[in-house]
Design a protein around this ligand. Structure first.
Ligand SMILES: Cc1cc2nc3c(=O)[nH]c(=O)nc-3n(C[C@H](O)[C@H](O)[C@H](O)COP(=O)(O)O)c2cc1C
Length: 425
């Protein structure tokens, strides 16, 4: 067994740490949208409907809520505390209706902001990937601005930035399925070179790239872009723990690549509709799930991912109410211990009712030493679980807040608990 990375150990929740919590500094609340200065050219995505739809399905705004005089937007991807640390950048080459270049996606207003026009045929984002062959089509870069989450969740925000990024990658996977496009996720990327090119200034980190196009044979060897730093938060308080951890985990090694992708148990049309309708359920009515619904969630979640560093993620489920299944703890479909553990599941999920009232509460676990791809994969599987539940007509909520040690002890695993999700109706 590999040792638990120290940054996972140092961000556990315990009953004592949660009670000692404290309140966030409301005056330091960060902005959730990043905007480049007005003199960067903007392009309305209305002019390129296919790209508009693809980006909307990855990271678009899918709902609007008004509290008092403040308007909040919810997005295609869920996010811990709706704090949305992730940004999405897009490189286009040879895409009809879109000049070649590197852009920033502005979900509000559905625009692309042009950041850089290629200076030569060898200039582009591919140069930051091990496989630097030229891509005709789109290359996406997912980044995270940690302060949007650390403002509230402090050091544990490290996990949420990774899980949220994984959800966004799961969104890209789903969008690619809807558009019948191939996709490949890369987390072995040159983060330093990307940070220098994008002017991230230590406050924003490159998480992963996704290729959605055809590879040529010519190599792309440089990134000539040198952007000024642009804040994506307004206010900012540095968190040295998170910065250090991101630095440490940013170079995954001894990776095994995988090829694949989710096969959802419904048509691309239903998937597209599920992406636009997906929401986190806030309370379950306690109506049982059907056995085949539970099976569909497991099947979709555990399909191979198309990723250059595929780390094993297991699912341990506390089955509370699924027709045709005895309540208990399951490893996949195998019952490890029969019994009604719904009160325990509620407690483990930081005493949140969702954990106990669900049809099943899934704990995603893993032991791999490559922490960044491991958490990205857990988030990606989370997005598959949400979309499967939505498409089949029941509810889901991610649960990032759980008592780590108590959950591992109850589930009798040496793995780290990476993420929990409750599914049901
Ligand atoms: C990594 C992660 C952790 C989350 N943790 C919790 C949680 O512990 N409890 C909860 O009620 N919701 C949790 N959520 C759900 C978010 O609150 C929800 O995604 C956000 O409010 C946006 O709403 P939406 O999912 O309906 O778009 C989590 C979501 C993510 C992605």
């Amino acid at each position: 067994m590999s040792p638990v990375p120290r940054f996972h150990r140092q961000t556990i929740h315990t009953p004592a740490s949660v009670r000692a919590g404290g309140w966030p500094d409301w005056s330091g609340q960060p902005e959730v949208f990043k905007y480049y200065p007005a003199d960067f050219p903007r392009l309305s995505l209305a002019a390129v409907p296919d790209v508009r739809l693809l980006l909307f399905r990855c990271a678009g705004l899918t709902a609007r809520r008004v509290y008092g005089d403040t308007v909040y937007f919810l997005r295609a991807n869920p996010s811990a505390g709706a704090l949305y640390p992730c940004e999405l950048y897009v490189q286009a080459r040879g895409v009809a209706g879109l000049a070649d270049g590197i852009y920033h996606y502005e979900p509000r207003g559905e625009r692309l902001c042009l950041l850089h026009e290629p200076e030569s045929a060898t200039d582009g984002l591919e140069s930051c990937c091990e496989d630097d062959r030229r891509v005709e089509g789109l290359v996406l870069l997912v980044s995270a601005i940690y302060y949007r989450s650390s403002w509230k969740y402090r050091d544990r925000a490290l996990r949420y930035c990774l899980l949220d990024s994984g959800h966004l990658l799961g969104g890209v996977e789903a969008a690619a399925i809807c558009g019948q496009e191939d996709h490949e996720i890369f987390c072995r990327i040159d983060r330093q070179r990307l940070a220098a090119g994008f002017g991230f200034g230590g406050r924003e980190q490159a998480m992963a790239m996704v290729v959605l196009g055809r590879r040529g044979s010519e190599r792309v060897t440089s990134l000539a872009m040198r952007l000024p730093f642009v804040s994506g938060t307004g206010t900012f308080v540095a968190n040295r723990f998170i910065e250090g951890a991101l630095e440490e985990i940013g170079r995954p090694e001894h990776c095994r690549p995988a090829a694949g992708g989710a096969g959802y148990p419904f048509s691309a049309g239903i998937l597209a509709d599920a992406i636009a309708r997906r929401r986190s359920i806030r309370a379950f009515a306690g109506v049982p799930l059907l056995r085949r619904e539970f099976d569909a969630v497991l099947d979709t979640a555990t399909m191979a991912v198309s990723m250059d560093c595929d780390e094993p993620v297991r699912i341990l489920a506390v089955v509370n109410r699924v027709e045709g299944m005895e309540p208990g703890v399951y490893a996949g479909r195998r019952c490890l211990a029969a019994g009604d553990f719904s009160d325990m599941a509620r407690y483990l999920c930081l005493e949140q009712d969702l954990g106990g009232d669900s049809g099943a509460t899934l704990f995603l676990t893993g032991a791999a030493h490559n922490y960044l791809p491991l958490l990205l994969k857990a988030g990606l599987m989370g997005q598959r679980i949400y979309l499967t539940a939505t498409g089949l007509g029941f509810g889901c909520s991610g649960i990032g807040a759980f008592y780590d040690q108590e959950a591992a002890a109850f589930l009798d695993t040496d793995d780290m608990i990476l993420y929990a999700l409750a599914v049901g109706r």
